[in-house]
Write a protein of this length. Structure first.
Length: 476
């Protein structure tokens, strides 16, 4: 009896698998690289963390230029900017009604300035997304540690959510008290981080006022911290996660979560909660004249180990006392941005013949992998979980990076795959991997020249849905 054609299934899409990304998370996945800007009185004190006692007059940049900062970020390939609108020192970079410790008490723009607005407008002008971070810890506020502080903090968030357009992220961390100025008290204040900030209520404000803002913290809700400040996720990287308390704790909250699992994520976790890999461009988050930016080569390596593992790269940008990025930072960003652009501009698989061992229907043909459209994909029939895909080039190609992307609106499905090159009349192994997800960039140890490449899915609980494949040669 002849076998049935592998494309005989109806044109119904595959069923989703596991936790799925929301619309705002899907938009976040397309951002891939963004920056977080630290610029407060702390910059002028040459410190990493301000104590909360700096006189507002200290904040006096000689030549603040939001567009210079944003243009440098854009040249680096960044697609978004998160501004630290208030760090732990409590100094607000906008003329807030919630505290006198704000930019209107500084010499900046003669006391009439709004640095959040300037950064937001510069980002929008350059086509970058905009987000904010407002520290929950406030080392200046006399009310911190008492019940009176939470309404103040929530009011600050409301001002930021109401007055600066649509935000792509609301960024939060686990800074939970300690030594501070606290209105002159100069003491250590401790809080119960499981209840003090009432995160469910606080983030409810975010959801209501900024429904497209991804909430970032150690426990999401939308994007999780990767668990280090070195800029990389684990080689196996799952976008799903279940926040849990650490050993000896009862509640998972920002500043207290299951960090050992954060770099890798949790296979079949309860929530779609991909990782952000945050890392300063220099050694510290704030500008220090003795430090230098990371090299473009180091940044490219971090790109491969963050974006290339289904996460995002969040680079810390630190303006100097002028209120601009140092020329060294601008140069490093530009060269890094050029490396990414030049490397991925030319997909060597374009024009190749794609042959799959199984295809669900012509609607989901392998050709969809090369159409440059994240919304189309190659899929197999429901009963085929381990298909293979052969890419036959029109001429020998030399490459050292292979890119794979799953169609993530249907979930993260693949659990194992191999890459092989046709050499000397046989298939030679190049790489054995696990997760793919939103994007998997495989950097080979050395360039390979071949006429054929084979991608074999070796483990998946359900049928496969891949949206893109790319073959590239790293370029300066």
């Amino acid at each position: 009896m002849p076998s049935r054609p592998s494309v005989s299934a109806p044109a119904t899409p595959p069923k989703p698998y596991g936790a799925l990304p929301s619309a705002r998370q899907q938009a976040w996945h397309t951002t891939e690289v963004y920056g977080i800007v630290h610029f407060t009185p702390t910059t002028f004190e040459n410190k990493e963390w301000g104590y909360g006692d700096a006189d507002p007059s200290v904040f006096n940049p000689t030549d603040f230029d939001a567009e210079q900062i944003v243009r440098a970020a854009k040249a680096g390939g960044l697609r978004g900017i998160i501004l630290v609108a208030k760090h732990h020192d409590g100094f607000a970079l906008w003329p807030t009604k919630t505290t006198a410790y704000n930019i209107s008490k500084s010499p900046f723009r003669g006391g009439k300035g709004d640095l959040v607005k300037e950064m937001e407008q510069a980002a929008r002008k350059q086509g970058l997304k905009f987000g904010v971070y407002c520290s929950p810890w406030d080392r200046n506020n006399a009310a911190y540690g008492t019940p009176a502080y939470l309404p103040i903090y929530q009011a600050q968030l409301k001002e930021l959510y109401a007055n600066y357009g649509e935000l792509f992220m609301s960024w939060h961390d686990g800074a939970n008290g300690g030594d501070g100025y606290y209105g002159g008290a100069r003491e250590k204040r401790s809080i119960d981080n499981t209840t003090y900030y009432n995160w469910d209520q606080t983030w409810g404000i975010t959801r209501k006022m900024q429904p497209m803002a991804n909430i970032f913290s150690d426990i999401g809700w939308d994007v999780r911290w990767v668990g280090n400040e070195e800029g990389h996720a684990a080689e196996t990287s799952w976008a799903t996660f279940t926040p849990r308390p650490p050993e000896g704790k009862n509640v998972a909250v920002p500043g207290q979560a299951n960090y050992p699992q954060s770099p890798m994520g949790i296979r079949n976790g309860e929530f779609w909660m991909p990782a952000e890999c945050d890392v300063p461009l220099r050694k510290g988050w704030f500008y220090h004249p003795t430090e230098a930016p990371k090299t473009p080569e180091a940044l490219f390596d971090l790109y491969l180990k963050s974006v290339g593992r289904g996460a995002a790269l969040d680079l810390g940008l630190a303006p100097d006392t002028r209120g601009q990025l140092h020329a060294d930072d601008v140069a490093a960003l530009k060269t890094f941005g050029d490396m990414v652009q030049h490397t991925f501009a030319d997909n060597l698989a374009k024009g190749a013949r794609l042959t799959a061992s199984n295809t669900r229907h012509a609607t989901y043909a392998p050709a969809k992998l090369l159409d440059g459209n994240r919304q189309t994909y190659w899929a197999t029939t429901d009963n085929v979980h381990t298909p293979s895909l052969e890419i036959a080039f029109t001429a020998p190609k030399t490459f050292d990076i292979i890119s794979l992307q799953e169609y993530i609106p249907l979930g993260q499905r693949v659990e194992g795959f191999t890459l092989e090159a046709w050499q000397d009349g046989a298939w030679k192994p190049l790489y054995t991997g696990t997760s793919i997800g939103a994007k998997k960039l495989v950097k080979l140890d050395a360039p390979v020249t071949t006429t054929k490449l084979r991608v074999a899915i070796t483990a998946s609980p359900v049928c496969v849905a891949l949206s893109e494949v790319g073959v590239y040669k790293q370029r300066p």
